[in-house]
Write a protein that binds this ligand. Structure first.
Ligand code: NDP
Length: 329
């Protein structure tokens, strides 16, 4: 089958494309300009015409994906801005919501052969802030961030703006499916990963140009005050496999699936890195994360049950990340 992957030049999407190709799928990667597709064409040259590009300049425009969805059997929608630097919340909300609803609309009108749409949401659409340790699951929604943005607008935190964009985009996706359920021949599967870490294969010119999550990991290894705090994580390669399985497993249809490997504090990554790694990368205070209290965790059981995921260890991910840094100098 052929799969449309939006935002194909992104950190996660490049791994999704690679994993789809490795498993025998054909891929049509949507990017904002021909230039942004160049690295992908080189990366996947060995797959010949099993990999093609389509240029979708503005995902917020009506009908933006009308051509892109024609003839594909499935869609993986990953394109959405991920950063915490927006002033006007609309900078994040518009592409997140309109991009998601737009690709579903195009699938409804022109995706005659589409059987499944997978949307990359986030635990940003799940999380809640609490003083008590909690384990959240697919029943939880981050209405807190939406309220903060509604009440405070530009004054809301950068994180709240991003989280609201993911919450509202995911709600819009489920709402669309509900509203059009008698007309659509495909179903929706939503994946909610926490912070995505691991090696990089998309085009990155310098550490500063890394995507938000990989950049944060780089800071932990290189910036003295960046080893405190933490969160929940998943390896980008495991998440890519989850995207492929979400197409393959019938039972993934209609499901919202959290994809967490575990909880960490940044120091844990320094401790998990191989001892032989270059002195360029700091060691922090080894063991300092051992007794950390993780206020927020996510229930991985649905992803394990439906997608058959087996998560990589921190040691595996840390080794791959450091090898990646060293290969790039
Ligand atoms: P990247 O920044 O590496 O990739 C984002 C992709 O989305 C790029 O292809 C980018 O295109 C595209 N995009 C961003 N803004 C727009 C816009 N306004 N219009 C059109 N396209 C746009 O991020 P990730 O790979 O990390 O993120 C991919 C998805 O995964 C997002 O939906 C994100 O919310 C989600 N996610 C990421 C997590 C993480 O830790 N990385 C965690 C949980 C979810 P261009 O290069 O042209 O800007």
């Amino acid at each position: 089958g052929k799969v449309l992957v939006s935002g194909a030049n992104g950190y996660i999407a490049a791994w999704v494309v690679r994993t789809l190709l490795e498993q025998g799928f054909s891929v049509r990667g949507a990017v904002r300009s021909a230039d942004k597709g160049k690295h992908l064409s080189e990366l996947f040259a060995s797959y010949g015409d099993k990999f093609e590009l389509v240029v979708v300049p503005d995902i917020t425009e009506e009908g933006a994906f009308d051509e892109a969805v024609k003839g594909v059997d499935a869609i993986e929608h990953t394109a959405s801005p991920f950063h915490f630097a927006a002033d006007d919340p609309a900078e994040l909300l518009e592409p997140a919501i309109k991009g998601t609803v737009g690709i579903l609309e195009s699938a409804l009108k022109w995706g005659k052969s589409v059987k499944r749409v997978v949307v990359t949401s986030s635990t940003a659409a799940v999380l809640n802030v609490s003083k008590e340790p909690q384990v959240l699951s697919d029943v939880n929604w981050n209405d807190q961030a939406v309220e903060q943005v509604n009440e405070q607008g530009r004054a809301a935190s950068g994180a709240a703006k991003y989280q609201a964009s993911k919450t509202l985009a995911e709600r819009a996706a489920w709402g669309f499916v509900q509203k059009h359920k008698v007309e659509i021949a495909w179903d929706l599967s939503v994946l909610n990963p926490p912070l995505v870490l691991g090696p990089v294969i998309h085009a990155v010119s310098s550490p500063e140009a890394l995507n938000t999550s990989a950049h944060r990991m780089y800071e932990a290894f290189t910036k003295p005050d960046a080893t405190a705090g933490g969160g929940c994580w998943v390896d980008v390669r495991d998440l890519a496999l989850a995207h492929v399985r979400a197409l393959q497993k019938e039972e993934a249809g209609g499901e919202r699936i959290l994809i967490p490997a575990g909880a960490f504090v940044w120091q844990d990554w320094l401790d998990a890195a191989p001892p032989s790694s270059s002195s360029k990368y700091q060691k922090g205070s080894p063991g300092a994360g051992k007794d950390a209290v993780h206020l927020l965790r996510y229930d991985p059981s649905k992803g394990i049950r439906i997608l058959g995921l087996e998560y990589r260890s921190m040691a595996d991910t840390a080794a791959a990340v450091v090898a990646d840094y060293e290969a790039r100098g």
